[in-house]
Design a protein around this ligand. Structure first.
Ligand code: NAD
Length: 466
């Protein structure tokens, strides 16, 4: 299969290639074309040329393109899901789930209105609040959920009349480039452009003077650099960054009933998701018992190549991340007690068996930082105030959850958590129609839902004296 960049409606060759590696066996899946600054500039110029015409296209026609994209994503679900599994490592059913979220996102945004809001209207005055496009949007993606994170930016951006230059992560560009073939058939030239890179073009894209907004998902460290660059000409930004989500199990939990959901909420995509459980707080009265139940449950997990139908957990997505997570594992071995997993299997593939670590606490790197890999610390707490204070002590604040046999009691504790999303008796339940806000060091702004659409609009007040 060959892959092309998408620039000005044309599927074009890159200025070079990089090999994309299958993390399950370290073989080369395919060569990805990569852009240079000239191709980046061509993509931004195409978006800039197309944008006034696209903004003038009636909303219904822009929405119809999204409906067509939803249909195309259904028609190509099998092919795209397979590519996601090959390059990300995620088990195939979860790659299909990602494609279903893509379809849902397109459908959701295709039904949104951007009609002006009438704030005041009488014989003397009419005041309207209008929502206008920003211009050209740079959408920059991480490697863990390429198509879902792409559509969460692309769909609201284009519905609002913006044009887009999309840059996938260097280790998982293939599904996005293949998706580009569908986009090329549906959108007018220049409305959506896709360039890939060797992790060297993000800064140039952010700094480009014709970019009006940067929509970024990735690490907090990169997000901070983007914010600094964007300040130079006051670009708008949405930053969806790192998370270190705490889950608090209240003393009354029925651990047998929830163990599967807790494990899934922590190890989904081998924990390479911003908003999975990364710190598990368990009351001291139940600590030993709950550690044992979770260890017994997780030890049943089947790890392996995501193309294998029995596999629940795949590999770490890339070699650099694999090294980073192995570093966390070594420290966890020294500072805590590994009660499940902790093995690095022989042979090819970036695998670490899903790992639970007990007997360590706040102040250890595994608790204070995001490993972004399958190692979960289980931390003992004394009372609810103690658990809430420790959950909130993180500089990050993406998600959090509270679990109890009594949902109302859990909700009361959840109300005290500082996070963009707080779940009760579940974690990481995401939906493109539900806003996914950020808080504290986890970002700026919101993606998904109606609020995610409004992030791609300039407000203008039309104040008319009759
Ligand atoms: P990363 O920050 O290293 O890279 C993300 C993207 O930014 C890549 O496309 C990269 O090429 C690009 N980039 C690198 N340097 C840049 C620069 N100076 N300017 C502009 N772009 C630049 O992140 P990653 O390692 O790919 O992803 C993992 C991180 O993403 C984790 O911290 C995770 O929590 C976070 N994440 C957050 C969310 C969310 O919704 N909040 C979702 C998924 C992942």
């Amino acid at each position: 299969m060959s892959y092309k960049l998408l620039i000005d409606g044309q599927l074009v060759d890159g200025a070079g290639h990089i090999d994309v590696i299958n993390p399950a066996d370290e073989t080369v899946i395919a060569a990805s074309p990569i852009a240079d600054e000239a191709l980046l500039n061509a993509a931004v110029a195409a978006a800039k040329r197309a944008q006034p015409g696209w903004a003038a296209t009636p909303l219904q026609e822009r929405a119809a393109c999204l409906s067509a994209l939803a249909e195309a994503a259904v028609a190509h679900e099998a092919e795209l899901a397979k590519l996601v599994t090959l390059e990300v490592g995620r088990p195939l059913p979860l790659a299909h789930f990602e494609l279903q979220l893509v379809q849902k996102s397109c459908s959701f945004y295709s039904q949104q209105s951007l009609a002006p809001e009438v704030l005041h209207d009488d014989e003397a005055t009419r005041i309207e609040l209008q929502r206008l496009p920003l211009g050209v949007v740079a959408a920059i993606l991480p490697w863990n959920a390429p198509l879902y994170l792409a559509i969460n930016k692309l769909a609201p951006a284009v519905l609002a009349g913006n044009c887009v230059v999309l840059k996938p992560a260097p280790t998982s560009p293939l599904s996005t480039l293949k998706f580009g073939e569908l986009l090329a058939k549906i959108f007018p030239p220049g409305v959506v452009n896709i360039i890939a890179d060797r992790n060297d073009l993000g800064a140039a894209l952010v700094n480009h003077p014709d970019i009006a907004k940067v929509a970024f998902t990735g690490s907090t460290a990169t997000g901070m650099k983007i914010l600094q660059s964007a300040a130079a000409n006051l670009k708008k930004v949405t930053l969806e960054l790192s998370g270190n989500d705490a889950a608090i199990l209240l003393p009354d939990v029925d651990i047998a009933a929830i163990a599967g959901d807790v494990i899934f909420g922590a190890f989904f995509n081998s924990a390479q998701i911003c908003a999975v459980i990364k710190r598990l707080y368990v009351h001291e009265s139940r600590y030993d018992e709950i550690c044992d139940v979770l260890a017994a449950g997780l030890s049943q997990a089947v790890m392996g190549n995501g193309m294998d139908p029995d596999v629940m957990f795949g590999p770490i997505q890339n070699a650099a991340q694999y090294d980073k997570v192995k570093g966390f594992l070594e420290e966890a071995r020294e500072t805590g007690t590994i009660i499940c997993g902790g093995e690095i299997p022989e042979g090819k593939g970036y695998f670490i068996t899903p790992t639970l670590v007990r007997d360590l606490s706040d102040g250890h790197r595994l608790v204070d930082e995001e490993p972004f890999g399958p190692i979960l610390p289980i931390i003992k707490y004394r009372d609810i105030d103690d658990a809430v204070a420790r959950a909130n002590a993180s500089p990050l604040g993406l998600g959090g959850s509270v679990w109890s046999a009594d949902a109302e009691q859990a909700r009361a504790v959840a109300e005290r958590l500082q996070a963009g999303t707080v779940w009760v008796n579940q974690h990481c339940a995401i939906d493109p129609a539900i806003p996914f806000p950020t808080s504290k060091g986890s970002g700026l702004g919101v993606e998904a839902g109606r609020e995610g659409l409004l992030e791609y609009c300039n407000l203008r007040v039309m104040n008319i004296k009759k």
